[in-house]
Design a protein around this ligand. Sequence first.
Ligand code: QAP
Ligand code: CO
Length: 167
Amino acid sequence: MALLPILKFPDPRLRKKASPVQSVDESTRRLAADMAETMYAAPGIGLAATQVDVHKQVIVIDVSEDKTGLITLINPRIVERDGEQVYEEGCLSVPGIYEKVTRSEHIRVITLSLDGAEHEIEAHGLLAVCIQHEMDHLQGKVFVDHLSQLKQSRIKNRIAKQARESA
Ligand code: QAP
Ligand code: CO
């Protein structure tokens, strides 16, 4: 197991599109294990491979209170969505920034698990938010992209200021 460095917004590598995993093998399982360790250490509730500069369609999520709900999604696709919800999101790649984002309330997802088998997952509430947030990363999208241009420019200024102050 290993802790992986997390890319920080606005790193251009966060804009790369992830490729589908061709076969779920030992290297996929090692990546997912390292991502889970990195997510728990942060601590966070979700991490996409894009954020650790691996451009494959792999996501780890655990929205449980006691870290017993690890879910690994490989090549996920949303096959149904309903309703809307607003949640104040954060991101390990955008530390210290939290903003409200509107997403679907309910989704159905077809995904591969770590044994390579196909599964359907039904998600509502926070889990549905987290899956949509992490699937955006695989497309090169960050949660701040959902905000107004004014909010985005304020966030960029805040991040530049944080960087100056820590230099
Ligand atoms: C995505 O985000 C998410 O700013 C996962 O200083 C967030 O794990 C999905 C974190 C909210 C749904 C709702 C953020 C840790 C963790 C920070 C995270 C920070 C330290 C974010
Ligand atoms: Co994120």
